[in-house]
Design a protein around this ligand. Sequence first.
Ligand code: WQD
Length: 339
Amino acid sequence: MKILVTGGLGFIGSHTVVELVNAGYDPVIIDDLSNSNIKILDQLAKIIGYKPAFYKLDLCDEKAVKDLAAKEADIAGIIHFAASKAVGESVKNPLKYYYNNFFSLINILKAYDGKAISFVFSSSCTVYGQPDVLPVTEDAPVKPAQSPYGNTKQIAEEILQDIIAAGTAYKIISLRYFNPVGAHDSALIGELPIGVPQNLIPFITQAAIGKREKITVFGNTYNTPDGSCVRDYIHVVDLAKAHVAAIKLMEPESFSGYDVFNIGTGNGSSVLEVIKAFENATGQKLKYEIGPPREGDVEQVWGDVTKSTKKLNWKAGLDLGTMMSSAWAWEQYIAQNPL
Ligand code: WQD
């Protein structure tokens, strides 16, 4: 069965393409290459044994998306990753985020409207803001977004619920990711930040390989055990498998409407704990300094994954050490094999 994967050459998208093939699906990749590299297609071929179908396409181009839907009419599902995703950039350039993230979503939904297609939406724990209760469950209140990026995820979930209420033929699942990190165990695909990494793990691996002089820990005076922020880091391969589980859950007639799931490990790790875990897993000593807190950061968030375990039939299985060692193997690979 064909599954359209928008943003399929990106970090999470490419790992999901691998897991879709492993599960017997036929992924069709859509990507505008604005935040990904066409060479990932060749890397994917090395892993899955063939080059998946690929369309270079800007999902904000309504006519191009309609033409795609005419060409790829017989699809069973859509996994929608394509979106701008840097929290800090969204604060500086909100219109880019509202334009890209909403028009791409609306165009793909309109193009296949009326068909009983399974639709998986890439959402984020950002919608929770700083939860009042931890671990955070899916029915926790969605709080005012702390960034335009987070706001686009909140409003996108509302758009999806509104079309369900209007009687759309789509079946829809939103997956609220916690912090995706690590890389495929082949070290052939992984996170490819453009410029200075905004996220912790790519910054750590670039510091370890000597591309960055040292890591700045954004604050150590939070109300957490060691003062640094706590997050629920999840291996990107576990996260990718959750998308296959979501597609499977929507296959039977018995599934209808909309559902939402936390995709995390259920465990929180502080920034300082992650640095220690990286050093232990790789033997690389990291230089870091304590800097001021980063604007917009929530203090601590980790997910309650009971619903995902019970209803999505999915559970993360890879530990923090594996996340660190796989991220390091990927950094070493791209140092030797620049894409
Ligand atoms: C993690 C922790 C930082 C860099 C965001 C989005 C989320 C997802 C991932 C898209 C924080 C600290 C970081 C550094 C540091 N986005 N940090 N020094 O902000 O939790 O999540 O990115 O998929 O939706 O909200 O991730 O990796 O940026 O930060 O101390 O150089 O590491 O303060 O506590 P974040 P992150």
